[in-house]
Design a protein around this ligand. Sequence first.
Ligand SMILES: *[C@@H]1O[C@H](CO)[C@@H](O)[C@H](O)[C@H]1NC(C)=O
Ligand SMILES: *[C@@H]1O[C@H](CO)[C@@H](O)[C@H](O)[C@H]1NC(C)=O
Length: 408
Amino acid sequence: MGSITLIVYLLCFLVRFHRVQGELSISEEEHLEFDNQLNVLNKPPLKTVVGEAGDVFDCVDIHKQPAFDHPLLKNHSVQMAPTSMPEGLIAKSLTASKELRPVQETVDCPHGTVPIRRTRKEDLKRAKSINTVSHAQRSISPHPKTSTLTTKYPGQHRAIVRTKLSNRMYHGAYGIMNTLNPNVEREQWSSAQIWVENAAGGQLDTIQVGWKVDPKLFGDTRTRFFIYWESNADFAEPKGCYNLLCSGFVQTNRENPVGATYAPTSKYGGQQYTVSFYIFQDGITKDWWLINRDLKNPIIYGYWPKSLFPSLTQGANYVGWGAVTQAASSGFSPQMGNGYFADGHYDHSGYFSNILVMNESYDAEEIKRDILEIVRDAPKCFNAKLYPYRQDVGNSIMYGGPGGACGV
Ligand SMILES: *[C@@H]1O[C@H](CO)[C@@H](O)[C@H](O)[C@H]1NC(C)=O
Ligand SMILES: *[C@@H]1O[C@H](CO)[C@@H](O)[C@H](O)[C@H]1NC(C)=O
């Protein structure tokens, strides 16, 4: 056991050593700045494990994870589970998930620790925090009120089903989605995800969860589990980041880290591999939890403490399901989903099934079609369709498209 750990350390050292040699071009100041950030992000691990896809995960004391460097979370005590699980949802999602297969890579960290994908200097250079990162890395809110942001991010396209603006207040969203591996080249990214957002009183807060192929962010073209949050998103100095690249999300799971790989992914006309996400607000603590309900035993990933969000604390006035692509600077967009337009067959494109919202009474509610609208900003490249309720798949959405020269 001890010798395996030693070997892992040696390998990591060698990998780092090689990388450093190729990095001589960055300035001394940048090195220092990145070293400082790495000291904050990479906590002393109690154990280091290598995931199935070759990523290095540090098992960090749950109380010392990056979230607690956030000034607002200094005195926060970790919650291990929401105060209650919405029963209506559990019944609904389990009947729908008989044939689903779990596909997420798992790691085995000791009790009392959580796996954190090790952040290297290259990761920071590629995708620091959103305050300094290139605009194209941000995942822009599709909230109907955020028109100002849209024009600033050329090449970002969406095919989304979202709730219309109304006076309603949601406390969560759910959906089962197939995992896919679109072709994505350098500078591009392609994701499929669920949004939970609130825009009120001049604030916009967003929580986004799903899978993403993003070479800049992850250093490869695998399909990965990502989370993303921003607070104050519609202003010059938003806060937030992907995964655990900044302090915010409190991970509570010792086996299912954010950033993990989904493999295999679904094939056109073949087996569909799925994952379900349930983002919901605890009615008592008001924290926002993230749970996978595919399995008999739910996977509780963790939560965003309410203090991160000025406006989501009250609930969300917008939820959505769909996909986003980011073009390279050449203007060329990657595939969305598996590269095929939605055509009504679940195994032909990307899909979300059994979509639900958590309503004003913190209860799972089937969505009425008239509260939803479809947003497609590059219909020649990407589409999204909403399908009527069916017993087995509930309300469902399909999306996808080949990408290419889609305009700005
Ligand atoms: C944390 O607790 C200390 C000591 O009680 C207090 O002085 C400080 O203001 C608290 N910080 C936050 C962010 O609540
Ligand atoms: C929320 O959904 C539940 C279950 O569908 C329903 O009984 C309840 O009336 C809904 N609450 C509101 C405020 O719409």
